[in-house]
Design a binder for this molecule. Structure first.
Ligand SMILES: [Zn+2]
Length: 137
């Protein structure tokens, strides 16, 4: 693995942030579900394997961890060890995110991005997502 030289706590934290079905993602999924939205998850046949897919609206939602995807917010801190390694990894993630979103849009999908930090205000976040979703056909 790539996690040598990282403390066990931090390693566990990173693993949790990186994996699918993370807490932020589950929070948003259950909020959307409670609000009556139905969706599929982790469609690997779509660019970037979006976390939430609504085929009827031709919309996808990505829930991005603030560390892994380099969000400029209070949850992101530049690691003190292996700084170059992490920064270049995060830069690659960001460039992959952009490419996936571009490809999805060119295929006619609407792309909504939700940041982990936004979920501290779950209702506000849900309202924004719902507002950005196109109507279903
Ligand atoms: Zn953030």
């Amino acid at each position: 693995m790539i996690f040598e030289n990282v403390s066990p706590n931090r390693r566990e934290n990173m693993r949790r942030i990186k994996s699918k079905n993370t807490r932020p993602e589950l929070l948003l999924r259950s909020a959307l579900h409670r609000a009556g939205y139905r969706f599929r998850i982790h469609r690997v046949d779509l660019p970037g394997s979006p976390d939430i897919v609504m085929p009827g609206r031709r919309a996808v939602v990505f829930v991005h961890g603030c560390f892994w995807h380099g969000h400029t917010c209070h949850l992101f801190r530049v690691p003190k060890t292996r700084t170059e390694f992490w920064l270049s990894k995060i830069a690659r993630n960001r460039s992959r995110d952009r490419q996936a979103a571009d490809r999805l849009r060119s295929l006619g999908w609407s792309v909504v991005v939700v940041w982990q930090c936004e979920l501290a205000n779950l209702e506000g976040c849900l309202a924004r997502v719902v507002n950005e979703l196109p109507d279903s056909h």
